[in-house]
Write a protein that binds this ligand. Structure first.
Ligand code: NAD
Length: 252
């Protein structure tokens, strides 16, 4: 018995990092999984890997900032798998620190578009399909940096992840009558491509480690396990909530 038997999930940013790990874990737990990304080769490789291992995965091209892409991606998922129960809004881009006075408007807009508007558009596209099946679970990947500020990341990254946190709660309130739950996950630093530059810079790496009580970065599976719980019916009474998976960062 898988924890997601009979369910269909869509994961944005599923070609790499945490999104790919969530897709693997969801498939192992019995879900049919669609992943969307702008990295088509990587996305197809994850699709092939999951299918070769006995799962059922579909890759679709998706730029999360484009509403038409989202409509097509959800339609392709429902067409292939018959329904949609779970949406993970995971796609995102990072950003090292930088003073606001030195930040170009274009940099602000790019981060807010992908990390913020992308979650709004994904939610908007998925809700009707979830209403069709009488409920669902939306998991939005924010960050510990959506809860507390630091000078180790950019203002636009903090702002975008803070937006994801409260957009999640708004979604939970609006769609509770439809049986649709929405929760945010707040990872601390994770070993993915997004943090490769920081991990390769000894001073930046040491400074970040010193902010983590567990004194290490997370592995993608440690975040995926929390996402799995929120996707499954085990979390049936949890909505509008935030699950912090950060090695203790925001506890300080
Ligand atoms: P990653 O860079 O390994 O993967 C991100 C994926 O999102 C990539 O496959 C990328 O192609 C995709 N993506 C980027 N822009 C996109 C777009 N416009 N449309 C569709 N897909 C797009 O990063 P990750 O560490 O796996 O990050 C996943 C999520 O977790 C992000 O939202 C990130 O902000 C968040 N997060 C990461 C960390 C960390 O330390 N790595 C910590 C907290 C939160």
């Amino acid at each position: 018995m898988g924890r997601l038997d009979g369910k269909v999930a869509f994961i944005s940013g599923g070609a790499r990092g945490m999104g790919a790990e969530e897709a693997r874990l969801f498939a192992q737990e019995g879900a049919k999984v669609a992943i969307g990304d702008i990295l088509d080769d990587d996305g197809r490789a994850v699709e092939a890997e999951i299918n070769e291992n006995g799962g059922d995965c579909l890759y679709v091209h998706l730029d999360v900032t484009r509403e038409a892409n989202w409509q097509d991606a959800i339609a392709a998922t429902v067409s292939r798998f018959g329904r949609l129960d779970i949406l993970v809004n995971n796609a995102g881009i990072g950003g090292m620190g930088g003073l606001i006075e030195d930040t170009a408007v274009e940099d602000w807009e790019r981060v807010m578009d992908i990390n913020g508007k992308g979650v709004f558009l994904g939610t908007k596209a998925a809700i009707p399909a979830m209403q069709d099946v009488g409920g669902g679970s939306i998991i939005n990947i924010s960050s510990q940096l959506g809860i507390v500020a630091t000078d180790m990341s950019s203002a636009q990254y903090h702002a975008s992840k803070g937006a994801v946190r409260i957009l999640t709660k708004s979604t939970a309130i609006q769609f509770a009558p439809d049986g649709i739950r929405a929760n945010s996950v707040h990872p601390g630093p994770v070993v993915t491509d997004m943090t490769a530059g920081r991990r390769a810079a000894p001073d930046a790496y040491a400074r970040m480690l010193s902010s983590i009580p567990l004194n290490r970065f997370a592995e993608p599976r440690e975040i995926a396990n929390a996402v799995l719980y929120l996707a499954s019916d085990e979390s049936s009474y949890i909505t509008g909530s935030e699950v912090v998976v950060d090695g203790g960062w925001v506890a300080q």
